[in-house]
Design a protein around this ligand. Structure first.
Ligand code: PGA
Length: 264
């Protein structure tokens, strides 16, 4: 049986907010309170908020005791040392994080390599964090018909040497670079097709069980209006949301829509 033939019913949908370089600690606190009020009663959808490092300590206590998990936007692969400006996986765990975004295209554009992404995935998982590994093609890759090749190579590189039982627990975010922050998004069918290819790449790298368990999100100009279409695709297990996550009300609407389409 191929991974794609496995039912998605046991993969819990996961919606994550990526604030990028937005919000102070105080703004994070009021956002957290508003979000919790806006999604009260929602079950069956995992919700993650990834603020800047500087807001983790303030947002953590607001979310603790709720079902909303705290995540970070980056991590270093070394445990400690002379790495000015970097943050280790253990520090993120200490700050209350359960997730960490790794290999976002905005970081890859600043020089982050597939090898560094792979090291970060291993370090994060070893510390008990769930990596949200971002992959996606640039517009020139897509025009050149290289989407499949590129995305598959990114997945294989990120998961190289990762044990199947670890790979089964990670989250992958398929984010076409041309769709990030542009208002333009992939069609749900196209996103579902590429995500099916990503699942096959996970299967080739880490085996069938990991491929059928790994949750794969779509990201790129997701909002409350279009998320339903993405989540109706059986291969798509959730979304990584940038701009539309910055307002707590807007992000709450996305989460509630996810529950309508996918939740139990
Ligand atoms: P966007 O960003 O929703 O603003 O397109 C998504 C992301 O970069 O994760």
């Amino acid at each position: 049986m191929t991974a794609a033939a496995h039912t998605s019913a046991f993969r819990r949908p996961i919606i994550a907010a990526n604030w990028k370089m937005h919000k102070t600690a105080q703004e994070a606190v009021s956002y957290g309170q508003k979000l919790l009020a806006g999604i009260s009663g929602v079950t069956g959808v995992e919700v993650v908020v990834c603020p800047p490092f500087t807001a983790l300590a303030a947002l953590g206590p607001v979310l603790s005791g709720s079902d909303v998990a705290l995540g970070a936007q980056n991590v270093h692969w070394e445990a400690a040392g002379a790495y000015t400006g970097e943050i280790s996986a253990a520090m993120l765990v200490d700050a209350g994080c359960r997730y960490v975004i790794i290999g976002h295209s905005e970081r890859r554009a600043m020089g982050e390599t597939d090898e560094q992404v792979a090291c970060k995935v291993k370090a994060a998982a070893a510390a008990g964090l769930t990596p949200i590994v971002c992959v996606g093609e640039r517009i020139e890759d897509r025009r050149a018909g290289r989407t499949e090749e590129l995305v598959t190579a990114q997945v294989r590189a990120a998961l190289a040497g990762v044990a199947p039982e670890i790979a089964a627990k990670i989250v992958v975010a398929y984010e076409p670079v041309w769709a990030i922050g542009t208002g333009e998004h992939a069609s749900p069918a196209e996103a579902g097709r590429v995500i099916g290819l990503i699942r096959s790449a996970v299967e080739a790298t880490c085996g069938t069980h990991a491929a059928s368990c790994v949750r794969i999100q779509y990201g790129g100009s997701v909002n409350a209006e279009n998320i339903g279409g993405f989540l109706a695709e059986p291969e798509i297990d959730g979304a990584l949301v940038g701009s539309a996550s910055l307002d707590a009300g807007s992000f709450a609407r996305i989460v509630r829509r996810a529950q309508e389409v996918k939740g139990s």
